[in-house]
Unconditional design. Sequence first.
Length: 373
Amino acid sequence: MFHQDKDRLIAAMDRELKKIPGVDWSFSQPIEDNMEEAVSGVKGELAKKVYGDDLKVLEAKADQIVSTMSKIKGIQDLGVFRSLGQPNINFEVDRDQSARYQINVADVQDAIQTAAGGAALTQVLQGEARYDLVLRYLPEFRTTKEAIENIRLLSPSGELVSLAQLCKIQEQDGGSEIYREGNQRYVAIKCSVRGRDLSSTVEEAIRKVTAQVQLPRGYHIEWEGEYESQKRAQARLFLIVPLTILVIFLILYTMFRSFKWALLILANVALAGIGGSFGLLVAHTNFSVSSGVGFLSLFGVSVQTGVIMLEYINQLRARGNTIENSAIEGAVLRLRPIMMTMLVATLGLLPAALLHAIGSDSQRPFAIVIVGV
């Protein structure tokens, strides 16, 4: 039905899942999930972590961030990793009531501890092993909120007083799972980017979230996941690309002993980059680290074709031909070997450039850049 087209499959599943209220989802693969969790600790292409102390404040700010990012083009599969949601019964001892019945606060706390979790009275020794002997109320006196409220304590006056009279008892949502990193609590927000390049999408999200979501003192946001990995990779490319061009220039100079010929061949590298960019534009593919590596490979192929052409033109000039005749004859006679060199790379990578199946996301941009030339 979808002809192994991953994008069409995701779009169809997304339309159906949106009909289910209150459900967050994302589209991924097991290996991708494991890699993303290893990088950011969150199963999601992009992860935003709001750090702070109060879980309620963290979730409220996470909801504000989701509301802001949902209006940004390209952001998909937004969801919050919830920390709250575990029902808890909170007992707050009313000290005035305890003083009225002359019951110590510690006695009230001991009663609650014995009912809910059990109190260790002594230890049982079995050889070198030691086990706590725990006293706990029977299930019928502790399995419900009402049963715990009816637990009675004996006051010095001989009156039996229930916990409901000594405590303010409330049922509230507490932390079901508390995420920590760097000795701080955090709530994570995951999302994906589709139909737009990753870098500009996340940078727009950072600008809008910074402007619209005000965090209390002691709270901060970190952006992790593939965006962080891409920034690291781009920083390396900004170092590697100039270094590669410099090395190519030095090799060409040692070969031709001329700055003019070396710069002429490097101009061929710049023109080849136009073809790779046009290929990405036609294929509606955003620039990524994979396509950046493709451009590096393209530099090598372009230099090879330039060297073949220029070397033959110089040979013709050495035989006494004019520059114009040498250029025309060299272009005609060297067309076949240059075409053979380019077709080997183009036809070899054409299947990868046309592939849309699962797992093609990393290899297709690389292939498109080479084929686009």
